[in-house]
Design a protein. Structure first.
Lengths: 461, 79
């Protein structure tokens, strides 16, 4: 039995895995707050409203032997996939920010509050955010300050402002700086017109300038005793942030909800045959968790969900496509979460002890997967040897479909048009051999006279 | 609609000016960790945010009364 390596900051409790159960041990330090929230019915009401992940009390004996000895143990349903804010789309980060504020406001009405504002405490069920840290819920004391303000700024507001105002996706920055983007780092990037809002002035500009003024003034004096923040003022800050964030949009995708043109190199007949090939895999394997690698706006994710996949996590490098997917599945209410992934540079294991945030590879364990129109981007655009590309894809799930476009394919020709062909091993025969070496080929199909081969594999012994 | 935006922008600009001109004159807080800095400003931010919220509410009521904006209940139905 092991504690989750990402769960160590709060002495109130820790998350641990036992077999495949997700358990949370509550320690003496967190007893009073947890019992207060639990007995007041605050946690149950939040769960019923969909704000908080479900929980059930279990006998502490299931974790006998752990130190310190827990005073309570609760069990949570397992999330389909744990994702991190640096993998989210703009709309996902925005939804998570609004979710945090809604939950905080809801708690405040009931005399409770959140002890922090970390974005890592929000996860996704499909495109729907859910709060996962039950021990962050603590009784509210009249007049107390909002301790999570800077964290909220760094992990929600600042990345969103950078994205909406300057059109810069914060993901690479956020991934390198797990605590988020500091106001003093963001402020110099904002133009005067970006600052003409109370929220930006109060939460970014003023914070950044005061920080600089403080550093400049030296470190001799002790900070003043904290003043009291009335509940009304606290709520006004939260509502103000909520209104501002709700109004943020990406500069170039104002009509993300509207219809969009699908650009690809297929005609309708081939597309429908390909959809049927994917649907058949899903019907036969009934995967609980299905990966759509190179998901684009989620056409094949939708096919998988319609054919009975429990949940789909899609990955793509293109933020525009991911935005469309997020909008599409938010609208349909289906369980599909689109995440940002550079296949040649997936999220690493990082944070404290290089284990706090898990690598993509550690998390990417699905039941079934599809990688359609993707492998040429890895093998040709990024020079990854074909056998390694096949390895990486097949490691994600024991069953799946990989599409191989050969060198006659128009998209592959396009990739090779401005560079020498240094890929003598990029052939259909080699691809089929690599898949066969790692699993059984269940079925393969060429769509019409297509230059693309679809291979369905099964790597279970 | 336009007057609301104008008012909001005027308010924002005034606040922007107030903050940027006041800051260099503000007493030095010396060593503060980054979290304390955000909290040092919180009471001021909270007071202004409360004012803005009340302002918005009144503005909304006036606009509704003049028929320039839908009443709050209609807005709520949309959600």
């Amino acid at each position: 039995m092991m504690f989750d390596p990402g769960s160590f900051r709060d002495p109130s409790g820790r998350v641990l895995m036992r077999d495949s159960r997700v358990l949370r041990a509550v320690f003496e330090h967190g007893r009073a707050a947890f019992e207060a929230a639990d007995s007041a019915g605050v946690l149950r009401r939040a769960i019923d409203k969909g704000l908080l992940l479900d929980m059930q009390p279990v006998d502490p004996a299931v974790v006998a032997g752990i130190v310190p000895t827990p005073v309570h143990v609760i069990e949570h349903p397992r999330l389909d996939f744990v994702s991190y804010p640096y993998e989210w789309t703009f709309s996902a980060l925005k939804a998570a920010a609004l979710h945090h504020l809604d939950f905080q406001l809801d708690l405040l009405e009931q005399g409770f509050t959140l002890s922090d504002a970390t974005a890592y405490n929000v996860q996704f069920n499909g495109p729907r955010p859910v709060f996962i840290d039950h021990l962050s819920v603590i009784p509210y004391e009249e007049g107390s300050l909002w301790t999570g303000q800077r964290q909220f700024g760094m992990q929600f507001l600042n990345p969103l402002v950078l994205w909406a105002k300057r059109g810069i996706a914060p993901n690479a920055w956020f991934r390198g700086s797990l605590e988020g983007i500091a106001p003093e780092d963001l402020e110099p990037l904002l133009r005067t017109r970006d600052k003409l809002s109370f929220t930006v002035m109060a939460h970014i500009v003023a914070q950044a300038r005061l920080q600089r003024a403080v550093v400049k003034a030296g470190f001799e004096n002790k900070p003043k005793a904290a003043a009291k923040l009335s509940k009304t003022a606290f709520k006004a800050i939260l509502v103000g942030l909520k209104d501002y964030i709700a109004g943020l949009n990406l500069p170039e995708t104002k009509s993300v909800w509207s219809d969009y043109a699908v650009h690809n190199s297929y005609d309708d007949t081939r597309r429908s045959a390909k959809h049927e090939f994917v649907a058949k895999l899903v019907r036969e394997e009934a995967p609980g968790l299905f990966f759509d690698v190179g998901c684009n706006s989620g056409d094949f994710s939708a096919t998988a969900l319609d054919a009975g996949a429990g949940a789909v996590v899609g990955f793509d490098f293109d933020f525009g496509a991911l935005e469309r997917a997020f909008a599409r599945f938010t609208k349909s209410g289906q369980k599909m979460l689109p995440l940002w992934l550079d296949a040649a540079n997936p999220s690493p294991a990082q944070g404290w002890a290089s284990a706090e945030r898990k690598s993509f590879g550690e998390r990417a364990k699905g039941d079934s997967m599809v990688a359609l129109a993707l492998i040429h981007h890895i093998a040709i655009s990024r020079n990854v040897p074909l056998d390694q590309a096949v390895d990486w894809l097949m490691a994600m799930a024991p069953t799946g479909i990989i599409e191989f476009p050969n060198k006659d394919d128009v998209m592959v020709r396009e990739l090779l048009s401005n560079r020498p062909d240094i890929f003598p091993d990029y052939t259909e025969e080699a691809f089929v051999a690599h898949v066969s070496a790692r699993g059984r080929i269940v079925e393969q199909t060429r769509l019409g006279d297509s230059t693309r081969l679809l291979v369905r594999y099964d790597s279970r012994t | 609609m336009h007057s609301a935006r104008l008012k909001q922008h005027t308010g924002n600009i005034l606040f922007a000016l107030a903050v940027t001109t006041a800051l260099p004159l503000a007493p030095a807080h010396a060593y503060l960790d980054a979290g304390s800095i955000s909290m040092a400003l919180q009471v001021t931010v909270g007071a202004i945010a409360s004012g803005l919220m009340i302002g918005k509410l009144y503005l909304h009521r006036i606009m509704s009364f003049l028929g320039l904006r839908k009443a709050a209940s209609d807005e709520a139905k949309k959600d």
